[in-house]
Structures are given as C-alpha cells and as structure tokens.
Design a binder for this molecule. Structure first.
Ligand SMILES: Nc1nc2c(ncn2[C@@H]2O[C@H](COP(=O)(O)OP(=O)(O)OP(=O)(O)O)[C@@H](O)[C@H]2O)c(=O)[nH]1
Ligand SMILES: [Zn+2]
Length: 358
C-alpha cells in the first residue's frame, strides 16, 4: 500500500508560490511609476529617498541604506520621493506624485496643506459610536477620489457596540464604490481583514478623528514589532505649539503605513472631480436638468428635485452634496484669487526692481 504523505508537507514549498523578496527600494514603496521617471545613472548619482516625516526644521527621508535629515528646500510632504542632491540636500528634486492628499489649511490662512503623497489606499476610520458621521466620511471619500487614492471605510469598536449592523448598513450605503470593513482594532482582525490593501510595496494611510483607533490599527498591522507612536511638536497656522505625529512606517511585511493625527477641520479645495465621483449618481442625474447651471434648489425641470419628489433621492444627502460643492467652490475661488494676486504682486516687484536697475 502506498501512503500519501503530501498532506504532512508544508504547503508553501511549491517554488512557484514563493514570493521574490522585495528590493530595498520596493520595500519603501518604490513602484514602476517612479522608476520610469529616472534613469539607472540618475539612481546612482542621486539616490531616491522617501520622506518619512516632516519636521519644523526639515524632512526625514529614507533610501537604500540611507536615513537622513534634509533641511528645508524641497516642497515635499510625507510619502514623497526625492532624488538626493548629495552636495546640497536642500536642493533635492521631488519626483512626480502618483497621488496627493491635500486640504485647505486650517485657520484663517488661505493656503493649501499637503497631507500625504503617493498613497495607494486610504482607510477612512470611524467608530461604531457617536463619532460616526456620514457627512464626514463623504468628505474624506471625496478627498481620496480627488487625490487618486483608493478609499476604504473602516468601522472600529464593533466589540463595544450593541448593534454594529446599523453603522455597517449606513456606511455601506455611502457609495457603491467604497468597501466597508468592520472590526475590533484591538484584536487580530486588522491584519486579516485589511490584507487585500496592505500588500508588499503598497502605501496605506489611516485618516479619521481623534480617538477612533488609527494608532491602534497601525500597531495591529505592525504585529510584533509594535510601533511606539512618536509625538512631534509643531507650530500650527497661528503659531501655537501643538503635538502631532505624521510618520511613515515600514512594516516587515513590506507595506508602508502612515498614521495621521486626528483631523477635525477638513476643508475641501479644488476637489470638484472627487465630489462628482463621491456623488456620481446625483452628478449624472443633474446632467438631465433643464438648465445647464441648475442649482437643484427651485429651478423648474430639475431632474434631481423630481427624483427627491419621487422618493428616489434622499433630500438630506442632496443637501450634504450641495454644501460640499459650495464649500469647494468658495475655497477654490479664494485660492485662485490669492494665487493671481501673488502673481501680480511678484510681477510688480520684478518691474520695480527692473526700473531701479535702469
Ligand atoms: N475596544 C476597542 N477599543 C479600541 C478600538 N480601537 C481603538 N480603541 C481604543 O480607543 C482609544 C483610542 O485609540 P487610538 O488608536 O489612540 O486612536 P487614534 O485614532 O490614533 O487617536 P489620535 O491619536 O488622537 O488621533 C485607545 O484606548 C484604544 O485602545 C476597538 O476597535 N475596540
Ligand atoms: Zn437640477
């Protein structure tokens, strides 16, 4: 009698199933998109570095066998790739971005704040409690779509909630294009349930309010090499000291993870296409309105109002869409105005300098 011993053999000895180890750069998230921007000679001359932290006095960046401080110079954010200028690190070049998450800077300033570059996935984290807010999630999704990043909704604290199904159902109704994962961040679930997005060479980030479990999730993904969250002191727009952290971690699995501080104020700017994608059903319906510039408020022949009337469109969802569109238009217009003013001012200064020389 011949016995079949195959069931006692480890299953992953099949050579085809073994995964090739990642190169040191791929381990940091280096992908084809970046490689095609540089020649082999350039890589030797000016080694690629990934920005892991932004400090008050510059950037921290990592490459193959390099981990260094770069003084102010490159207009870069966490996740960016630089080509290191060895003689003058502050003159290092920033590579074209695969994606960029930005928001209108909080406070009265009119600038844009770069939040993260070159993400593949953003996990939009909410808890199954009072933190859960559909409008806030829609805002984050529009931001992700605008940035060309895949959004995924994560609902935490299912273990502390009597009826997580109600939160899950509401989250699933937000967009047919955005998956929903419900979990207990303090268990072994995150590694398993987020595995599809946290593959080697990928970069993921956690966004959400304070206390929803972003650091807990980051640590859960890190597993045994738990991350001590490092607090970074920064000056905010009004010059106050705030304690924040925004750091890119590289997990042993080959996935890069960005844990961001809780963000209360998240103003959209230049996010029209992201909003259209988040509310694609309303956007498409709006194309059937009688007037091209229909605001869907009182206009005759409005296809959206007709759909609300028929009970096919939720009026509160329509109101949330309109509010975000108005906010985005306002912020984008103010920004454009400021940009053109800055340009005009620059021109005036240059002209004055020219006159002086003559
Ligand atoms: N029971 C339970 N507790 C959780 C879960 N997720 C987070 N917590 C707890 O909630 C608290 C806040 O979690 P953090 O991971 O620090 O939250 P955060 O989003 O990083 O918060 P900020 O750093 O303020 O932005 C901690 O005490 C966690 O242990 C969960 O799914 N279940
Ligand atoms: Zn209309």
């Amino acid at each position: 009698m011949t016995r079949d011993y195959s069931q006692f053999l480890p299953t992953d000895t099949d050579p085809d199933r073994r995964v090739a180890p990642l190169s040191p750069l791929a381990q940091l998230g280096w992908q084809q998109f970046f490689a095609q921007q540089v020649s082999v000679e350039q890589i030797e001359e000016t080694p690629p570095l990934r920005v892991t932290e932004v400090h008050r006095n510059g950037l921290q960046a990592r490459g193959d066998g390099i981990d260094m401080h770069i003084p102010h110079g490159p207009d870069a954010t966490v996740g960016d790739w630089l080509l290191l200028n060895r003689e003058l690190p502050s003159a290092s070049e920033v590579l074209d971005r695969k994606s960029l998450i930005k928001r209108r800077a909080p406070g009265k300033t009119l600038g844009v704040q770069l939040i993260a570059a070159n993400l593949d996935t953003t996990f939009i984290v909410s808890s199954c409690n009072d933190d859960f807010n559909v409008a806030r999630i829609e805002r984050f999704i529009a931001l992700a779509f605008e940035a060309d990043v895949t959004p995924v909704i994560i609902l935490t604290k299912v273990d502390k909630c009597d009826a997580p199904e109600t939160y899950i159902a509401q989250a699933e109704a937000i967009s047919p294009f955005v998956p929903v994962v419900a979990l207990n961040a303090k268990s072994a679930e995150p590694q398993m349930k987020l595995a599809d997005w946290c593959k080697p060479g990928q970069t993921v980030a956690f966004l959400g309010s304070s206390g929803v479990g972003k650091s807990t999730l980051t640590n859960a993904l890190a597993g045994d090499d738990a991350i001590a969250t490092q607090e970074v002191r920064e000056d905010d727009a009004r010059g106050r000291h705030t304690t924040t952290r925004r750091q890119l971690y590289f997990l042993a699995s080959g996935c890069a993870v960005l844990d961001t501080p809780g963000m209360r104020e998240l103003q959209l700017t230049d996010a029209a296409s992201g909003l259209a994608e988040m509310f694609s059903d309303l956007d498409e319906l709006g194309a059937q309105c009688k007037f091209n510039d229909c605001k869907h408020t009182v206009e005759p022949g409005c296809a959206i109002l007709a759909a609300v009337e028929r009970g096919e469109v939720d009026a509160t969802r329509l109101a949330r869409w309109q509010k975000l569109v108005a906010e985005d238009l306002h912020n984008s217009a103010t920004l454009a105005e400021r940009r053109s003013k800055d340009k005009a001012f620059g021109k005036m200064v240059r002209n004055a300098q020219k006159k002086k020389k003559n």
